[in-house]
Design a protein around this ligand. Structure first.
Ligand code: HEC
Length: 108
């Protein structure tokens, strides 16, 4: 059993990073963001104060992404996102969600 657990652990180490980028994703080479709807808005609004890496290393659901945005707006000087908030949240929830990490394949 111990060996099996070890094997599963090692496999998950290999599988997890692979599951982030599906073969179909095209990554922006400067930011590492997946290029998809909303990418330009995320790049424009979310890399001014910190690197894209800080964004990419996080996984949250839509509500916690919104909480994070509200927190930055309250305490870190993030501007109101206005009409861009929805497409930004759509992007974050689609590409940097908790569900995403365990999905072996994606339907799009
Ligand atoms: C006005 C500056 C500013 C902008 C613009 C900004 N952030 Fe931040 N953000 C910060 C600061 C400051 C921190 C804290 C950094 C640290 O702890 O090193 C932070 C932290 C974060 C974190 C880490 C939160 C945590 O709990 O550790 C995430 C994720 C994040 N930002 C995402 C975003 C996203 C997504 C956007 C675009 C909607 C964005 N940021 C735009 C200032 C900004």
């Amino acid at each position: 059993m111990a060996i099996l657990n070890k094997a599963i652990f090692i496999l998950s180490l290999i599988a997890l990073p692979c599951s982030y980028v599906s073969a179909k994703d095209i990554l922006d080479k400067d930011t590492g963001f997946v290029i998809d709807t909303g990418f330009e808005l995320v790049r424009a609004n979310c890399t001014a104060c910190h690197s894209s890496g800080l964004v990419i290393q996080n996984r949250m659901n839509r509500e916690t992404w919104l909480d994070t945005i509200r927190w930055m707006q309250k305490t870190q000087g993030l501007w109101p996102l206005g009409d861009n908030e929805k497409p930004i949240l759509d992007y974050l929830a689609k590409h940097l969600s908790l569900i995403h990490i365990s999905e072996p394949t994606r339907p799009y």
